[in-house]
Write a protein that binds this ligand. Structure first.
Ligand code: PLP
Ligand code: ZN
Length: 438
């Protein structure tokens, strides 16, 4: 509480320019908690918090910077709500954010995966299962933070280009907040993801093109519609901060310490880089000890531009045209790709990719060993873990957390040809016996 009040003074003295909201909207004091500026990831230049996503100096991507003098304690966090807003002092959201209508994602289960670990020859393994969020993927986290910022900045419509899960999260959050949503998706998206977006009643536009085409269109629409917040385009700096909560929760659930290794699926790469940023912030606030950790990225072979750049030793990520069953990860031109490379190289990790067959096996393996039914992205992560262990890149004796980011019920087609009834019989006991199931 006092941390927030102190930092409000700090914000006022720190910023020379007023915060710029959508369409001339003015922003209330403390609207962004302990955040004080937007800072360019390319050149380091700072600018006022506002409805901006590109550096005014170099057009580089912006991220949120916080008051380094703000104090945050474990006690303060532990006394907070049982959702991501317990980390409010570490997010660009106001102190009263938990009182506003929203989806309350987060504090999903972190389960010790003994059976999966035994099968893969790794002892200390956990699965952070984000399929338990309100719309069944990790995207509820990023949308919750984007919605809070969009509201403070005076946007009136919540929008996005999406590979599927973001569509669900935006449409649901807008419904709950009582505002309009506009969601753009590639028209070849999995049917369950289309239906579970449309049901919330917003505007849903299926576009004839890849996600990268849809993303380009969204950027053009955002430029023309001043009061539309495209969560992952024009309010992306705020949106991205939501992924830090995955890192915060894992550390808190482990008893306030960092895991030694993590395996994270990569689409745009935002999630991986922000889990890394979250770990760093916990260390700088003294909330955990400064122990080393290694970041591993997981991609589908049919859309693996970051893995290819990593393996080729390149700094530039060359765009590809996606062709994989892991549609939620099918971003051919990932905005945060270079930052993923920085993160895995700095921490001694790697980015690996797996085939569609390995993805299906990964889904089945996680379900059979741990009772968790993951979507294709989770299959990518499990299969990548297996590959990293086999290649000797990931230490099987070190504590490892893998992230299941979405629910298998949304990607049923991926396993439809693979699993089914053990036997189909008539309703007589003789038939049961004859099937040899006893
Ligand atoms: C969006 C998404 C990701 C990856 O997110 P990025 O931050 O774009 O890398 C991972 N898993 C699932 C299920 C997703 O929907
Ligand atoms: Zn810059």
């Amino acid at each position: 509480m006092s941390a927030v009040l102190q930092s409000e003074d700090h914000i006022q003295t720190h910023l020379s320019e007023p915060v710029r909201g959508a369409a001339g909207h003015s922003v209330r004091p403390g609207a962004f908690g302990t955040a004080v500026a937007l800072s360019c990831r390319a050149c380091g230049a700072r600018q006022a918090l506002g409805a901006e996503f590109a550096c005014l100096e170099c057009f580089g991507p912006l991220e949120v910077a916080y008051d380094p003098a703000a104090t945050v304690t474990r006690q303060q966090i532990e006394a907070g709500p049982h959702n991501i807003w317990r980390y409010q002092p570490l997010l660009p959201v106001p102190a009263d954010v938990a009182a506003l209508p929203g989806m309350e994602p987060g504090m999903t289960r972190l389960i010790r995966a003994h059976h999966l670990g035994r099968e893969l020859g790794i002892d200390k393994l956990w699965v952070k299962d984000d399929s338990g969020n309100p719309t069944h993927s990790f995207k509820d986290r990023v949308v919750a933070v984007a919605l809070a910022a969009a509201r403070e900045l005076g946007f009136t419509v919540l929008a996005c280009p999406s590979t599927g899960n973001l569509a669900n999260a935006v449409a649901a959050a807008a419904a709950r907040a009582g505002i309009r949503s506009v969601v753009l998706i590639p028209q070849d998206l999995e049917r369950p993801k289309v239906l579970t977006t449309a049901v919330y009643g917003g505007t849903l536009v299926a576009v004839d093109g890849t996600y990268d085409d849809v993303n380009r269109l969204a950027t053009q629409i955002a430029a023309e519609h001043e009061d539309w917040a495209f969560v992952n385009v024009n309010v992306r700096p705020y949106y991205a901060e939501g992924s830090k909560t995955l890192g915060f929760e894992v550390a808190e659930q482990l008893g306030w310490r960092l895991p030694r290794q993590v395996v994270v699926p990569v689409a745009s790469g935002s999630q991986l880089t922000k889990i890394d940023k979250g770990f760093g912030e916990l260390v700088s606030h003294g909330l955990v000890d400064d122990t080393p950790y290694t970041m591993f990225g997981a991609q589908a072979a049919g859309c693996s531009p970051v893995a290819a750049a990593f393996q080729g030793g390149h700094d530039v990520v060359r765009p590809v045209r996606p062709d994989t069953i892991a549609k939620s990860l099918a971003i051919g031109n990932p905005a945060d790709g270079p930052y993923v490379l920085d993160s895995v190289r700095r921490t001694g990790g790697a980015v690996e990719s797996v085939t569609d067959d390995e993805i299906r096996d990964g889904i089945a393996l996680l379900a059979r060993t741990e009772g968790i039914f993951a979507e294709t992205a989770g299959g990518v992560t499990v299969a990548t873990l297996r590959k990293l262990i086999q290649a000797g890149r990931l230490d099987p004796d070190a504590e490892t957390v893998i992230f299941n980011t979405g629910d298998g019920l949304k990607t049923l087609d991926a396993i439809a040809g693979q699993v089914g009834p053990t036997a189909t019989i008539s309703s007589s006991y003789d038939a049961f016996e004859a099937a040899g199931l006893g």
